[in-house]
Design a protein around this ligand. Structure first.
Ligand code: EPZ
Length: 419
């Protein structure tokens, strides 16, 4: 198993270009299955989750090639509708193929997806929504067989009890080629949902209302291929801002999605950082000690503060002046990184969904293990601002979401090595 050896203490400085979004690329790769023709996805990050999605596409009979930031997918000859268990287990987003395979083939066989352990991550909402669209579903010891008797799903009015990102995406994927109109009420409004819809529209789909709580999809018979550029990764962006702030550095983040990163810009302003955004660039600078955030940081569905940036922001606040309080409202178990941060000298108290961070003067290196993708990135942020050397194990979690992580950190002057 690989690890990072991080020698903390250097101020990060320089400029970097933000990678394409993981959480857009994965549903868009699934969506390419619906297009009868070639899709060229530009700015698709080369990550282990993207490699997993590519393996799924190839095993369904598509041709998917990944090279220098592009994914080229030709789904003209899709021939299979079953995803083997071992591929399903590689990531949570394997579930996104369910709606897409159904939309293209009318039948699919899948099993429970893998992904980060953040507490229970059921798929009940996905299944209930697809049932409403006329999909027959049977579960035989964890093997889920979905079939549309008529071959084509029907449009439906679906009201979600919670704006689940994955469920909204799966409904959209099944609905774009369904018969008639589908309305999703209380839909997720995350920017990555809009990115998926922009891609699908470029392939000929009829979708309105993405980015709002009510999405309306008019099913069309066929989709065609297209060329599309994936949006920048706002969570990776938040991670590099957190690193720079935590080390008292200075950075220009290029290819930034400023509107979508607004929640981070305002939070880092409150810590006393100089932060300016214009022309797809964000500039951040912090010399003296950060200030704690006065108001409780509540993770919420978009446009609230994203749960995916909770851990990396927490790491930036460990050495801040004062006390910051987090409230995690999306996942039951998303503070698993805090034990490692405490081992490095952080003062963090977790009580259910609340975490209280009292600023300390310094952190020290330690032997720690990444617990999940963003938790692992948060540990790297802390290690870069700590005195001494940190051995960070289990970095396959980080490789799932950050492209060339150590190259980027090194280019900013951080001392990091993969071993
Ligand atoms: C997506 O996961 C993201 N993953 C997650 O990012 C992100 O944390 C999450 O949305 C919330 O923003 C991808 O886009 C690939 P949800 P998803 O369905 O779709 C409950 C990262 O670090 N729920 O909105 O799985 C669920 O248990 C990853 O990049 C049900 O109860 O999130 C959770 O508590 C981690 N039943 C809540 O809803 C269901 O059927 C939100 O989940 C579905 C979800």
């Amino acid at each position: 198993m690989q690890k990072f050896i991080i020698m903390g203490g250097n101020r990060l400085s320089g400029e970097i270009t933000l990678q394409g979004s993981k959480n857009s690329s994965l549903p868009i790769m699934a969506a390419a299955l619906l297009a009868e023709g070639e899709c060229v996805l530009k700015s698709c990050p080369l990550l282990t989750d993207v490699y997993s999605a590519s393996r799924i596409l190839n095993c369904l009979g598509c041709r998917c090639r990944l090279s220098s930031g592009n994914a080229i997918i030709d789904a003209s000859d899709v021939s299979a509708f079953e995803i083997p268990k071992e591929l399903m287990r590689e990531m949570r987003s394997s579930i996104m193929f369910m709606g897409a395979i159904l939309g293209r083939m009318g039948e699919c066989i899948i099993s429970i997806p893998g992904g980060c352990e953040l507490g229970p991550r059921p798929i009940d909402m996905h299944l209930a929504a697809l049932k409403k669209m006329g999909v027959d579903i049977s579960d035989n010891g964890g093997i889920i067989h979905c079939r549309i008797p008529s071959g084509r799903a029907n449009g439906a009015k679906i009201s979600l009890s919670f704006p689940s990102v994955g469920t909204t995406e799966n409904i959209i994927l099944c609905a774009v080629t369904a018969e008639g109109e589908t309305i999703i009420n209380n839909a997720a409004r995350e920017p990555e949902i809009c990115d998926l819809c922009r891609f699908l529209r470029a392939c000929g789909a009829e979708i309105k209302g993405d980015g709002e709580s009510r999405i309306i999809i008019n099913g069309v018979k066929k989709l065609h291929g297209c060329e599309y550029t994936i949006m920048p990764d706002r969570i990776a962006g938040a991670t590099y801002l957190a690193m720079t702030a935590a080390t008292g550095g200075e950075m220009i983040l290029k290819n930034a999605c400023i509107a979508e990163m607004e929640p981070f810009i305002s939070v880092f302003e409150q810590t006393g950082c100089g932060i300016y955004a214009a022309d797809n660039k964000i500039y951040i600078r912090k010399g003296a000690r950060l200030r704690a955030i006065k108001d409780r940081i509540r993770t919420m569905p978009h446009p609230g503060f994203p749960t995916d940036a909770q851990a990396v922001l927490m790491s930036a606040l460990i050495k801040a002046d004062g006390t910051s309080v987090f409230e995690e409202n999306i996942f039951d178990c998303r503070y698993r990184h805090t034990d490692a941060l405490i081992k490095m000298g952080a003062d963090i108290q977790v009580m259910g969904k609340i975490a209280v961070i009292r600023g300390v003067k310094k952190l020290h290196g330690a032997d720690i293990e990444a617990t999940d993708l963003r938790g692992g990135a948060a540990m790297a942020v802390a290690a870069l601002s700590a005195e001494g050397t940190t051995h960070l194990g289990n970095i396959s979690h980080i490789d799932r979401g950050y492209e060339k992580f150590e190259n980027i950190v090194s280019s900013l002057g951080g001392r990091i090595q993969r071993e």
